[in-house]
Design a protein around this ligand. Structure first.
Ligand code: AQP
Length: 332
């Protein structure tokens, strides 16, 4: 079985629809075909300031949401990044292999640091993509299911894996991005020219899965479309409508072409009302299942402990091999 690895930040409290459709949904599907490793990346979260109690709560909340979304600890390895110290250890080795200019070209860093200002930007944020490289290489992942915004980081991962292998001998698998085209980028409901994002979207444009279902329905109904009236998939000419069609298609299993036919001659309002209903039907049980996991923290923590143990077995082997290749003196 090919192996996949992916991670999600615990920072936002609730996952948003972009996280779910762009990444988590694929994670669930890949459990059946791949040897799947998924982690809540709390080390990445502290690249921006975090309140400790909130971080702890959000980490459990992220794990609960992943289970509620359909991850099954019997079919995948689910763990918390900081429970596996090898991530930070391999991260250091990768830092020492990365060019300063190379890291400076990461567009996500450039965007985020420009917004924060140099004095508030941490060195951790700068090396965030390099830690992500370590996350992936530790598990010798063949594929990395992520949204389009992560493509450049996967390319960096391939570059560093190749560089290490070239310098020290074959050690790391070169991973490929796994980015299904339809859901690669889910857009803000109020501004369909930008991706839905916890830090960039306005509250009205961001669908948080744990919001009150009623509030979600309202956001869908007031989504920005265009002044035309035809319901047609055209991401360039009609980005708002196309975004709604994408979401509807993935959540219902109907193709976009079938939806175009179904809504021929109908108004935007019809599509929005139906999508609002589909969304409510999706988020209501999701929210309930998440709460069930949160109400039983012992079970949740034991799932995470088992996941960390399984993950460590793989990570420790890769790290030991890496340390030997680099030339570190063995500690015994
Ligand atoms: N709008 C999106 N469409 C498709 N995929 C998306 N992802 C995020 N937004 C979209 C994917 O979700 C996964 C987890 O992402 P993360 O934990 O790194 O969260 P993030 O990228 O920090 O999420 P945001 O909302 O985009 O945060 P900010 O605003 O901080 O940048 C990833 O696979 C990501 O591609």
């Amino acid at each position: 079985r090919p192996r996949v690895l992916s991670g999600i930040q615990p920072t936002a409290g609730s996952f948003h629809l972009g996280n779910y459709l762009g990444a988590v949904r694929q994670w669930v599907a890949l459990q059946d075909t791949h040897d799947a490793f998924y982690c809540v990346v709390d080390l990445h979260a502290i690249t921006v300031p975090q309140d400790p109690a909130e971080l702890r709560a959000n980490t459990r909340l992220a794990a609960a949401q992943l289970l509620a979304a359909g991850l099954d600890p019997e079919r995948c390895t689910l763990f918390i990044q900081s429970h596996v110290p090898e991530h930070a250890q391999l991260g250091w080795v990768m830092n020492c292999l990365t060019g300063f200019g190379e890291a400076s070209r990461m567009t996500q860093f450039k965007d985020k640091s420009a917004k924060q200002g140099a004095d508030r930007t941490t060195v951790g944020l700068f090396t965030y993509p390099v830690l992500q490289v370590a996350d992936i290489l530790l598990y010798q992942a063949d594929q990395v299911p992520v949204g389009e915004d992560q493509r450049q980081h996967i390319e960096l991962t391939r570059d560093l894996a190749e560089r290490f292998n070239g310098r020290y001998g074959q050690t790391f698998t070169l991973p490929a991005p796994y980015i299904p085209k339809e859901t690669a980028k889910i857009y803000d409901l109020q501004d369909p020219s930008v991706k839905m994002s916890k830090s960039a979207s306005t509250p009205k444009g961001l669908v948080n899965l744990l919001d009150e279902p009623k509030a979600t329905a309202k956001k869908v109904k007031s989504a920005v479309t265009d002044t035309d009236t035809v319901i047609r998939f055209d991401p360039v000419g009609k980005p708002g409508v196309s975004n709604l069609l994408t979401i509807m298609s993935v959540l219902t299993g109907s193709t976009v072409a079938a939806l175009e036919k179904e809504y021929e001659g109908k108004m935007y309002g019809a599509l929005k009302t139906d999508l609002a209903e589909v969304m409510v039907d999706f988020v209501t049980p999701f929210k309930d299942r998440t709460q069930e996991y949160l109400d039983d923290p012992e079970t949740l923590d034991s799932i995470l402990a088992k996941g960390a143990e399984k993950a460590r077995a793989v990570a420790a082997e890769t790290l030991a091999q890496t340390y030997a290749r680099v030339g570190f003196l063995p500690a015994k």
